[in-house]
Design a protein around this ligand. Sequence first.
Ligand code: ATP
Length: 282
Amino acid sequence: MSAVMPSRMQAAPAAAAPILRVDQVVKRFETPQGPVIAVDRMSLDVAPGEFVTIIGPSGCGKSTLFNMIGGLVSATEGTIEVAGERVRGPHPAIGMVFQEESAFPWRSVEDNVAFPLEIKGVAKAERLDRARHFIDLVGLKGFDKRYPAELSGGMRQRVAIARTLAFEPKLLLMDEPFAALDEQTRLLLGDKVLQIQQELKQTIVLITHNITEAVQLSDRILVMTYRPGRTKRFVEITLPRPRTSEIVGSEQFGRYVAEIWNDLRAEATQGMQDAEAKERGR
Ligand SMILES: Nc1ncnc2c1ncn2[C@@H]1O[C@H](COP(=O)(O)OP(=O)(O)OP(=O)(O)O)[C@@H](O)[C@H]1O
């Protein structure tokens, strides 16, 4: 019998399996004031190499969803799978970058980035070599020997990104990584992220409340409702790639921003009213 597959089968390759599969996930917190449903039946599939942003107003459940995907918080209902495996705790296929700076202050840039390789037992010469590759990738060439305190906030976040990439995660999860930075630095670091994604074909899920950042970077945006956090809508961003922050000035970009703001406005207004009511009740 011939070992060659019938041509009909060869001509119909299966669609790539998603790297991330979030299926009907719910998170309920029990509080002294009663249960709080932070995330309510959310589902999301992310394809290999895709850049998906989850956007929503403050308090809508973004971080809760992020923490569930990253295995830091368990889901009350539903399942999360990464690379075909159920997430039940921190998973080696998932790299996480947080809003707070997380570069180790006592280690130089190269020792920060080489850290995951050190844990994996990679020999010193090789790990420094590979660390240098990721340092260059995030645009910090020449800063290998510097310490975090000698760098700007944006540079320190890039050290954190390089260190996370050194784990070679199948999924890079980022929670508001540039929230503490000014708008110009944010846009320029967005360019860096776009470049990294293109070079590594990295699958990325970003959490943000910044509409410009979401449109600049994403293939798809998931807009969340405010409390309980549900999927309001998916918006596909068909802006051409490779992209840079120059796209921010284009008409099409402006239309996407307006469209997403239109979706978010009612949610954000409710969030603001809730926060004000809480202030008044104090
Ligand atoms: N550990 C917890 N216990 C009780 N309630 C919680 C807990 N963590 C989050 N919540 C509640 O769940 C809801 C969603 O919170 P979450 O932090 O996920 O929102 P968010 O969209 O990330 O907000 P922000 O953008 O302000 O960080 C909020 O009502 C919050 O008060």
